[in-house]
Design a protein around this ligand. Structure first.
Ligand SMILES: Cc1ncc(COP(=O)(O)O)c(C=O)c1O
Length: 380
């Protein structure tokens, strides 16, 4: 097969590139991590929003998918995914109705999360409207302080009892997302977050069981914790998303090797001045994400390599500034002629994917194939 940089010289920029072999290796790797720890893998598809990638995850052994947006879930349900967890608190009757209607059409098992009486009430009302039983997780806040109930919150037990007492609802268990692991310093720091998450969930589970409530499932999930954790006692499922692509975030945490990153952005040097090389990928391609949840230590918006140096990692230039359609590479005495191609490792692959129409998949066929990002954006 011709070297990537020969193929890439014919590609119009900017393009989001996907290395097929790395993608498949990442999918197998995470499945192996889940299998080794005896937990189910339910990947979060908000990372790739792509049916072809979800099919590979299911073939490798995933038990279903996790989704955030209603619209996103609907696309994957229509493609035949039979089990979906909506890991975003739904309190809108319209959204719940659309999901339940689609679930009936496609025969999909749906699982929801709740963290408020309002959310539980919305689920109960919808369950009765659709004459069905809804399966609910209680979301536990293990330190991100986004959604969820803290272990010491006095509402915790009443919320679970409210679910238990309603014949149209079934309490499935506990679900958490330790996204604050991205704010850790290194692998040890991430591992400490994962251990704390596991400890909190086990304490909550014990309290509920002492109150006579069965906790069938305990679902955790983020890519850093999935890679670094050694604490799986009582955990039944994990929901990492980013691992299919990986990016500068897990790299910065010392969790992966650069050669594992499957997604990159091809751009062209379109202008130059004394200080910067200017490329045709700005915030509308790379996003202005500096890394989520208190992530530290990432400089700029990505690192750009001349295409021929991408594999070796030589001559990387930091994308130090962005405007909408331009990126600024600090030259640092380095020169690249206008018209040169660069390949960029982005900070956060999930947001880059959401801005693209397609992935250009390298290494699957002799010539690159296109996979649509079918669930991108979806803001009506
Ligand atoms: C609820 C939930 N679960 C799982 C994930 C997956 O995390 P990651 O992208 O780090 O793999 C996310 C990410 O935002 C999430 O919000």
């Amino acid at each position: 097969m011709p070297a990537d940089h020969t193929i890439l010289s014919t590609v119009e920029t900017p393009r989001v590139l996907l290395d097929y072999d790395r993608l498949v290796a990442n999918i197998r790797w995470m499945q192996q991590i889940a299998d080794t720890h005896g937990v189910a893998l339910r990947p979060h598809i908000k990372t790739h929003k792509c049916l072809e990638i979800a099919r590979l995850q299911m073939e490798a052994g995933a038990v279903g998918i996790t989704a955030a947006k209603t619209e996103e879930a609907l696309k994957f349900m229509a493609d035949g995914i039979r089990s979906v967890t909506l890991a975003h608190p739904l309190v809108s009757a319209v959204k719940i109705d659309r999901l339940l209607t689609a679930a009936r059409t496609h025969g999909t098992e749906l699982r929801f999360i709740v963290d408020s009486m309002t959310g539980i009430q919305a689920m109960a009302t919808a369950a009765r409207r659709h004459q069905t039983t809804l399966h609910l997780f209680l979301k536990i806040d293990v330190g991100l302080h986004r959604c969820g109930v803290r272990e010491e919150d006095p509402r915790l037990l009443p919320l679970v009892r409210r679910i238990e007492e309603d014949p149209s609802l079934r309490f499935v268990g506990l679900l958490s997302h330790a996204g604050h692991a991205y704010g850790a310093k290194d692998r040890e720091g991430v591992r400490a977050v994962a251990r704390e998450e596991c400890a909190i969930l086990n304490r909550v589970r014990q309290r509920l069981e002492e109150a006579g409530i069965r906790v069938a499932e305990v679902s955790v999930g983020s890519t850093p914790t999935a890679i670094a954790s050694d604490a799986y006692e009582g955990i039944t499922e994990m929901r990492p998303g980013n691992y299919v692509f990986l990016d500068r975030m897990p790299l910065g945490l010392g969790l992966i090797d650069r050669s594992q990153i499957a997604l990159s952005v091809l751009a062209m040097v379109v202008s130059a001045n004394d200080e910067y090389l200017i490329i045709d990928a700005g915030s509308k391609v790379l996003s202005s994400d500096l890394g989520p949840h208190g992530m530290q230590g990432i400089e700029g918006y990505g690192v750009a390599y001349p295409v021929a140096d991408f594999d070796s990692g030589k001559n990387g230039l930091t994308v130090v500034r962005l405007s909408e359609e331009h990126g600024f590479l600090r030259r640092n005495g380095f020169d690249l002629p206008v018209g040169s191609l660069v390949r960029i490792l982005p900070n956060h692959a999930c947001v880059v994917a959401n801005l693209a129409d397609h992935y250009l998949v390298l290494g699957k066929e002799a010539t690159p194939v296109q996979w649509p990002v079918v669930a991108r954006a979806l803001v009506r």
